[in-house]
Design a protein around this ligand. Structure first.
Ligand code: TYD
Ligand code: MG
Length: 457
């Protein structure tokens, strides 16, 4: 077989290839993402052209003649994982679990595979030795006769093992560390990641065996990130969280077999990951002392409402330029809110240091948290306490108006459930909602000044 080697340039963002280098990817427009890789010619044969000629011819069918095949799902032991997958792992699907190194991807997958007793599972570890995996399994406190561990990085050897063991679920940990012998470039390069994923995809579809890929998200894409894989796989789950905190969020970014607004929450502990069924309780501090500078907001993450504590510290700037420091919230958005406070309510914050923190290491994008952010900043600025049983939700517009939020009903129910006594919400947001059964006091506001009066009057 001819093995002519040629050099191609690949984009680490989108995986597009080009015959020559350019500063900007011609496909996705990202800057400085093109990397050089050597590709041997025989791979291009394997990549589908000849294979697709051999596959049986397809026949077009009318939609009315199609049958809704109920896809078979393998239920996962972890309830949260199950829900994020849309009700279980679909047979023959290719699922990518991405996340930063050390976040707990291997733990999540190992914990689940060890708990499935009825299926034969092949766990390919291309990163860690078998004894390291055994140590992790001991830590989790689980054991299984049906999970086979193999430590190998060659895709061709992995396929040999698959043939021998005939697993019913395959785990690849991680896709960036395995390599196909057909391609000259090193493991983790765009062409390797793409080729390995494509071959595993073909295997999954032909054999109806689900394959779970673990992938690292890399900063600045020096190794091909899971981005390259997103359009190949059936589902992309992202495992996120701050390594210094215990909470981990499993988010579905793409799912051909379920909703992408599902979300699972875990806590990393001494004995592996534990499911968190009531996140709000975990995120609120349980202290009796009431302090200024904190406000409780209600955000939605996917379909789930959360109560979250926002903390702010406003103090006179010690140096010429005031400091602005934000964790867990968009700093540009905070600056915008500070400008609105300055312009509309007349608070002189330009000469003040402002520090903002979302408790628990969460990162929040929901604009409904604006009101709590402003509440916390004002509370610290005037040094007045907002009672712990008061919570709020509302987006703030540039002219200081409080804008309606989505899924208000769920937010109200969550607030009630967690023993809040009062909630501040945007005016006219309630329309059509029956609040007669709630014991919560509902205060409606339409402007930031009104919210200020409601909080500190
Ligand atoms: P790991 O699953 O190896 O992360 P990834 O595969 O995403 O790189 O686990 C990461 C961290 O979790 C590691 O620093 C150790 C910690 N950990 C615990 O705190 N408790 C446990 O029971 C386990 C297994 C790991
Ligand atoms: Mg790992």
């Amino acid at each position: 077989m001819a093995t002519k080697t040629k050099t191609l340039w690949f984009c680490t963002e989108c995986g597009a290839d080009a015959p020559k280098w350019s500063g900007r990817c011609p496909a996705c427009g990202a800057w400085n993402t093109m990397v050089e890789e050597r590709v041997t010619a025989k791979t291009s044969q394997k990549k589908g052209t000849t294979a697709s000629l051999r596959t049986p011819r397809s026949t077009p069918m009318a939609v009315s003649d199609l049958k809704t095949g109920t896809e078979q799902r393998i239920p996962m032991p972890s309830h949260e994982l199950n829900r994020v997958l849309g009700g279980g792992l679909v047979t023959g699907s290719l699922v990518l679990i991405g996340g930063e190194p050390g976040i707990g991807k291997s733990t999540l997958v190992l914990q689940n595979t060890l708990a499935i007793k009825s299926k034969r599972i092949l766990y390919v570890s291309a990163e860690e030795s078998a004894s390291q995996i055994k140590m992790r399994a001991d830590r989790i406190g689980r054991d299984s006769e049906n999970v086979y561990i193999v430590c190998d990085t060659s895709l061709d050897t992995i396929f040999d093992h698959i043939e021998n063991i005939e697993p019913e679920i395959i785990i690849i940990d991680s896709i960036q560390t395995i390599a196909s012998d057909d391609i000259e470039s090193s493991a983790g390069s765009v062409s390797q990641v793409r080729e390995c994923a494509a071959r595993l995809l073909r295997y999954a579809k032909e054999s109806n065996v689900p394959v779970i890929l673990i992938g690292h998200i890399t900063k600045e894409g020096s190794i091909a990130g899971p981005k390259v894989l997103e359009h190949i796989v059936d589902a992309v789950l992202q495992f996120e969280g701050d390594r210094h905190y215990m909470y981990r969020i499993l988010r579905s970014i793409k799912n051909r077999f379920g909703s992408t607004s599902e979300l699972g929450i875990y806590e990393m502990g001494q004995r592996g990951l534990r499911e968190v069924t009531n996140p709000s309780e975990m995120l609120l501090t349980h202290s009796d002392e009431e302090l200024s500078g904190t406000a409780v907001g209600i955000t939605m993450e996917g379909m789930r409402p959360f109560l979250i504590e926002v903390q702010a510290l406003v103090s006179t700037a010690a140096y010429g330029t005031p400091q602005r420091s934000v964790t867990g919230f968009d700093s540009k958005r905070m600056n915008m809110l500070l400008a609105v406070l300055e312009k509309r309510v007349g608070f002189k914050l330009a000469q003040k240091d402002v520090f903002l923190n979302i408790a628990g290491g969460m990162k929040v994008n929901d604009p409904a948290l604006d009101l709590a952010v402003v509440g916390a900043i004002l509370s610290s600025n005037v040094d007045m306490v907002i009672p712990r049983t008061v919570c709020m939700a509302g987006e703030i517009g540039l002219s200081g108006e409080i804008r309606p939020v989505v899924r208000l009903e769920q937010r109200l129910l969550e607030a009630e459930k967690l023993g809040m006594t009062e909630i501040i919400i945007p005016r006219h947001n309630l329309k059509g909602l029956d609040t007669s059964r709630l014991s919560l006091k509902i205060t409606e506001v339409s402007k930031i000044e009104e919210a200020f009066r409601a909080l500190f009057a």
